[in-house]
Design a protein around this ligand. Structure first.
Ligand code: DX5
Ligand code: ZN
Length: 212
């Protein structure tokens, strides 16, 4: 199984000071910076677009991990690639042809992730696993940070690890030391965490606890 990676979600960080957030994450040992992009259509909430990634990029050494929770992902790929995205993950439930979105992400030299919401079966993404670089299993309903971990998603992680023994499997939502152990045992290796990291007194210690 690939190396365990912590991807710090800026969603619940101090959005009034992303320069500090980026520096905090760089110092913490978290390897990736996770941008939760929401359009108010695919999910109720609206967060930010590619301009925020572009603004943060000069202040962050972390790998830029973009999570598109948007209805029409194909419209965002070039914008985020040009703003510095190194991975772009989109949802299979969105209005798109997944093969076309993955091809467009790869055409722009960026890694491609495909994601399923908690209620969507793994079968919905099976046809695309071979083309994707990463599979994101949502462990909360997309839309907001600080939600409770949905334990029924553990079986989905196990199933995807069987189907994709060597790919990155990312989880997102409700990750803390206890759920980190559960998802890693199930086969996930990229752990998105927001609330747990940004509420911690010592983010480096919090990252170490998530790495187990
Ligand atoms: C949901 C978001 C959250 C966020 C991290 O749409 O994607 O999962 O990244 O959530 P917490 O705060 O639970 O780590
Ligand atoms: Zn996310």
């Amino acid at each position: 199984m690939p190396q365990t990676i912590i991807s710090a979600s800026i969603l619940n960080s101090d959005l009034s000071d992303l320069r500090t957030t980026a520096a905090l994450v760089d110092r913490s040992g978290a390897q990736w910076l996770h941008f939760d992009v929401m359009d108010g259509e695919f999910v109720e909430n609206i967060t930010f677009g590619s301009s925020v990634l572009g603004a943060v990029k000069p202040y962050s050494r972390a790998f830029k991990d973009v999570h598109l929770m948007v209805a029409h992902p194909i419209r965002q790929i070039k914008l985020f690639a040009e703003a510095g995205a190194e991975n772009i993950t989109f949802h299979v439930e969105s209005d798109c042809d997944p093969k076309e979105v993955i091809a467009e992400i790869h055409r722009l030299g960026v890694k491609a992730g495909i994601s399923v919401k908690p209620g969507t079966p793994v079968s919905a993404i099976e046809p695309y696993i071979a083309d994707a670089d990463m599979i994101l299993i949502m462990t909360v309903e997309p839309g907001y940070g600080g939600q409770g971990f949905i334990h029924s998603t553990l079986e989905k992680i196990r199933r995807v690890r069987e189907l994709a023994p060597d790919k990155d499997i990312e989880v997102d939502g409700g990750i803390n030391p206890e759920t980190s152990r559960l998802v890693r045992e199930a086969g996930a290796n990229v752990l998105v965490a927001g609330t747990y990291l940004f509420r911690a007194q010592d983010m480096s210690a919090a990252v170490k606890e998530l790495l187990g």
